[in-house]
Design a protein. Sequence first.
Length: 342
Amino acid sequence: MDNPVLVELLRGGAVESRHRGAVSIVDATGRKVAGLGETDWPVFPRSAVKALQALPLVESGAAEALDLDDAELALACASHNGEERHVSGARVMLMKAGLDENALECGSHWPKRMEDVAVLHRADAHPCPLHNNCSGKHAGFLGLARTLGVPTRGYVEPDHPVQIEVRVAMEEMAGVRLAEMARGTDGCSIPTYAMPLSALAFAFARFGTGEGLAPLRAEAAERLFNACVDNPFMVAGSERFCTDVMRSFRGRVFVKTGAEGVFTCSIPEKGLGIALKCEDGATRAAETMMAAVIDALIDKDEDEAMALAPWFAPQLTNWTSRHVGDIRAVADAFAPLRGVAG
């Protein structure tokens, strides 16, 4: 594999670490507009495809039948912090389906932020499946199962009707046969399928524009896109890249992180979808990579530029809050993306 160094970590003015990666930029016709590194690299997209996995929830009519609002649909696409609004939102989604947290098969983990962990400690409580960063997605799966009239138990298994619907939607969006690709198990126990970065980028070009999609799917994609960009807190939470970027760009950009250094993005005004992977799986570098791609592709006003800056060149501090280093995108590596048009 021959991926370029896209991000460097500096300490004392010297490069301490380097992160290689690949970026694919594709339009809604499937044309490969630009790229860096191995753009056909098959990667497990992990949580970066949650918006695609939520398509059957909307286009089946389940979201309407369950009276899910846009904040709840954004939560169905989320990798959230486990803050109170996220936990409460997932609980309400389950209640609308006549279920509770015991139906969730995603497992439990502590909230991402220490502030929210402290809340549980003070209450002498432990995390439950609602605190899992994928609880909104799983609540959506369960709601779909109830609406389809299929068993809720085992909804995470590859041969369950819900996961079959999800797989077919992703195949159609990306233009690949996932049954022919490597299949693994995600951290929340659902199937995850490897797919080329370019296919992933193609899916998100179509997701953001609706081009080439049947009317029902285009409507579902538009509703999920708008739900996420209008409710960015529900997609991630406080001090998170996805929330900050979508909030700052006010509908111009949809962006979603996945584990092991994967990101997806839709830029409707350019007609483009983006998928990237940090080769070593580091989230810190993947965030800087995606910030650099957005910086290269989009003309920004002053507020947008200021909001992107902390992610484009984040500072490293030590335990005394002293500035000890910097993470930076390698400018020359991203230069070929500047001025790219869909």
